[in-house]
Every structure is written in C-alpha cells, then in structure tokens.
Design a protein around this ligand. Structure first.
Ligand SMILES: *[C@@H]1O[C@H](CO)[C@@H](O)[C@H](O)[C@H]1NC(C)=O
Ligand SMILES: *[C@@H]1O[C@H](CO)[C@@H](O)[C@H](O)[C@H]1NC(C)=O
Ligand SMILES: *[C@@H]1O[C@H](CO)[C@@H](O)[C@H](O)[C@H]1NC(C)=O
Ligand SMILES: *[C@@H]1O[C@H](CO)[C@@H](O)[C@H](O)[C@H]1NC(C)=O
Ligand SMILES: *[C@@H]1O[C@H](CO)[C@@H](O)[C@H](O)[C@H]1NC(C)=O
Length: 424
C-alpha cells in the first residue's frame, strides 16, 4: 500500500484537488478527498475480483427461486428481529427495484445521476440485501417519517456521508417534498425539512471529524494536513446540540500524508517517510479520530438522549488502475460471498470502527446515550457494480472515474433500509 502511495506525487494529487475546486463546483468539495484516496487502490480488492466471474445462468434461476421470499418479507415487514445480524448476508435479485428513479427524485446531484450520464445497464438496481438470519424490510418512507416525527437526524462526515443523505432524501421525498431550509456558501452544510412530520435532515461536512489544518508550503496549500487527534472539528460539533440521531462516518481523507498531534505535540504521521517522525499507521489515526469523536458526543451536556450510529468503511472498487491511471469500475453485477476478501485494509478499518463504537456504547450506557454500528462494509465490498465509474458529470475531469461514491438509485439505498431496524 505504501508503495502505491508513493507512485502518486503530491504535485499530481494537488493539481487534481485544485482542478476540482475550480472546474466542478457542483461536484461538491468532499469529492476531493476521495480522488486522493484512489492513490491507494487496494490491491486486496483486485484479488477477489479475479476470483469471481459472474454467471448469468446462475442469476436467472436465482431470481425465480427468490420470488416466494418476497411475500414473506411483506408479512414480516414491521417486525425486527433483535437477535438477527443484519450485516451478514448476500445480495439477491429483486424484481421490484428502487423506490425512486431520477425522475421521481429531483434532488439527485449530477455526480450520482448515473443514468443521466450514460449508464445503460440498470441491473445493478435490481438487488436487495438479504441478511442470512432474517429479512431486511423494504424502506417505507411513511413508516420512517412517522417514527422520526419531530426529530432531527444529522449525517456527519465527508461526501460519502452526503451520498447517504442524498439517498435518504430521495427515499423520503416519495412521501413528501421536503423544503430546502439551509445551505452554506460551499454547500457543505445543508438542511432539509419535512413539514408534515416536522422532521429535519441535515448533513454536517467534515474531512476528519477531528481538527485538521492543511499545511501551507511556499504559500500554497499542500494537500498535507496536521491532524489534532484529541480535538473534534468544531464546525460539526457546534451543531450537535438539538440533534436526536447522528450518523457519523469518515475514512477516505485519512488516506494521504498527514501529521498527527495530541495535546499540540507532534506524535507521528501517516503515509510519511521521515527518519525523525514515526509512521503510526492509518488504523491508529482513524481509531483515535473516532475515539475522540465518540467521547465528545458522550460528554455533550446539551445533547439529550442522542443516538449515534457509526457508519463503517465504504469501500472503493478501482480495477486496472488507480483514479489517476485510468482505473475503472464497470462491472454490472454484485460479487458473491465467495469473492469476499475480509483480509484487507478495508476490513481492518471497519473492525477498528466497530471496536470504537463498542467502547463508546459501554461508556454511554450510564449517561443514556446510545451508540451502534451501521456496519455496511461487508455488503458494500460485494458491490463493485454500484459506483458511477465514468457516468457522472465529469466536466473538466474527463477520463477520471468515480469508483468511490455510489449511484442513485443504487446499493447505497440499502444503508437507509438498515436505519429503521437498527434504530427502533
Ligand atoms: C434519468 O436516467 C435516464 C437513463 O436511465 C436518462 O435518459 C434521463 O435523462 C435521466 N433523467 C433525468 C431527469 O436525470
Ligand atoms: C519552496 O520554494 C523554494 C524556493 O523557491 C524551493 O527551493 C523549495 O524547494 C520549495 N519547497 C517546496 C516544498 O516546494
Ligand atoms: C524532521 O526532520 C526534517 C528534516 O529532515 C525537519 O524539517 C523537521 O522539522 C523534523 N521534524 C521534527 C519533528 O523534528
Ligand atoms: C481489467 O483488465 C482485464 C484484463 O485486461 C480485463 O479482462 C477486465 O475486463 C478489465 N476490467 C475492467 C473493469 O475494465
Ligand atoms: C471498462 O471501461 C474501460 C474504459 O473506461 C474500457 O476500456 C473497458 O473495456 C471497459 N470494460 C468492460 C468490461 O466493459
């Protein structure tokens, strides 16, 4: 992994970064980080791609077999089995497809509107997640809005957090058209309101969850950050009081050279190669950022009965290259469990995140705060077919494929299917 990192000089990444800022505003700034992380382009993923070759016949027969279970789903739809591990399962064919399309959801941003940008195969929408031990109920906007009546739900994180918010917005807008109540200059903080249900949906943007300052080198931004692992980023933290449900996530911005601080002392770095500074590793940086974040949430005096979900690592799927060497993701069907690689960095980061949320859960019990994992990593490792690839508004960035974010509609909608069973 480190080797891959070095192949991409900071100058290239920096140029890419500027490019985005100047030429593709509507793509949203969070995107920057994701392209930067493509540098890493996990080799582990490549291995499992080669292990699996989709067999169309298998799929056609499967579709029929699965038909009866859909009826079962309807009968059971409001009962959540608390013992069931929702996050271990497989993707099965689903004739119903998505609850919305790019016609019925006008808020899909161009960066995720894959159909509009030429994605012809639509099979990737016709799958649903089937936990091994139970059924995952289909998302029902009315049930959701009724459950969350009068509440405030905030997604806290980068542009993948934003991606999930956009999916939820589409799902809910099938029931009621929300009003767009707040948008900051850079469109990083956004609030939507569903008047009939007094439900507020927010996204609070942050690169690292903790404080991160970009280093200036010779008067220009370097793409290298100083991270204060013991201080949360005040921009989201200030908005936490009043939030009832917080869905925190982060990871991709950590895939770059960063310097780590605790108590304003330099304690090490990540993706660096300097004799006098210790590389403490990506896992350490992510662990400490989440520990600090969850500790802060637990100690928040103005927060009442806050429920926090930690959404685990969302994998990217570059094949045959990295983001800047023509890497692509044009598969058209999911991987089976057979092809799943749980030995790589992605699974390691997911495990760290699950450990940290468990640690916070134990501490939070005494204070009435709840912490749970929205453990999507395993399901998403199986969905190389769900990314925009070349099908996004890439003006000024032709040739760059997005194998980090997820098409709307698409498999990311399942993250919101999980919300009711996990939260109720
Ligand atoms: C929706 O996607 C289709 C292709 O699936 C495309 O032809 C159409 O232009 C898109 N419409 C909108 C409003 O984005
Ligand atoms: C900063 O500028 C000086 C003089 O122009 C140059 O020698 C040096 O290499 C530059 N440093 C970096 C990190 O680019
Ligand atoms: C580490 O060494 C580099 C030069 O190799 C120097 O610029 C930097 O300030 C040193 N950092 C620390 C923390 O001593
Ligand atoms: C990657 O390259 C291999 C061999 O050249 C090819 O078979 C495969 O289709 C490529 N994958 C994608 C997603 O283009
Ligand atoms: C994937 O896209 C690349 C170009 O972006 C193309 O060269 C390749 O043939 C495609 N692979 C498949 C399997 O369609």
């Amino acid at each position: 992994m480190r080797m891959k990192m070095k192949m991409n000089s900071p100058a290239i990444t920096l140029e890419f970064f500027r490019h985005l800022l100047k030429k593709d505003r509507c793509m949203n700034t969070g995107k920057l980080g994701f392209f930067l992380l493509w540098l890493l382009c996990f080799t582990s993923i490549f291995i499992f791609f080669f292990l699996y070759s989709p067999n169309p016949f298998f799929r056609a027969t499967r579709r029929q077999e699965e038909q009866p279970s859909q009826n079962v789903l309807i009968v059971k739809s409001n009962k959540y089995d608390e013992q069931c591990d929702l996050f271990t399962g497989r993707w099965i064919p689903d004739l119903q497809g998505s609850l919305y399309t790019n016609w019925s959801c006008p808020t899909i941003p161009d960066s995720k509107n894959c159909g509009k940008y030429g994605r012809k195969d639509s099979d990737f929408v016709y799958w649903r997640w089937k936990p091994d031990q139970c059924e995952l109920p289909r998302f029902d906007p009315k049930t959701f809005l009724t459950f969350f009546r009068g509440k405030k739900l905030a997604f806290i994180g980068d542009s993948v957090a934003r991606n999930q918010m956009e999916s939820l917005l589409c799902l809910l807008s099938q029931e009621e058209t929300p009003t767009d109540t707040y948008k900051d200059v850079e469109d990083r903080f956004r609030t939507w309101y569903f008047p009939s249900y007094s439900f507020t949906l927010m996204v609070l943007w942050t690169k690292f969850l903790v404080m991160g300052e970009e280093r200036m080198i010779n008067g220009s931004l370097s793409g290298v950050f100083d991270l204060h692992l013991d201080k949360v980023d005040g921009k989201w933290a200030d908005k936490l009081p009043g939030v009832d449900y917080a869905i925190v996530s982060e990871a991709h911005w950590f895939f770059r050279k960063n310097y780590l601080y605790e108590g304003d002392m330099l304690i090490g770095c990540v993706f660096c190669n300097e004799p006098n500074v210790t590389d403490l590793g990506l896992g350490f940086a992510i662990r400490m950022a989440f520990r600090t974040t969850l500790k802060f949430i637990n100690a928040c005096k103005e927060c009442r009965n806050l429920v926090t979900l930690l959404r685990t690592f969302s994998p990217s799927h570059f094949e045959n290259g990295t983001w800047n060497t023509g890497g692509n993701c044009n598969r058209t069907s999911p991987l089976s469990e057979v092809g799943l690689n749980l030995g790589g960095t992605e699974w390691e980061l997911r495990t760290i995140q699950v450990e940290e949320v468990e640690r916070a859960r134990k501490k939070g019990e005494k204070r009435g705060n709840k912490f749970k994992a929205l453990d999507v990593t395993r399901a998403m490792l199986m969905r190389p077919d769900g990314h925009p690839g070349s099908h996004w508004n890439n003006k000024g960035m032709e040739g760059y494929n997005d194998c980090v974010h997820w098409c709307l509609p698409g498999p990311i909608d399942a993250w919101n299917d999980f919300l009711m069973p996990v939260l109720s």
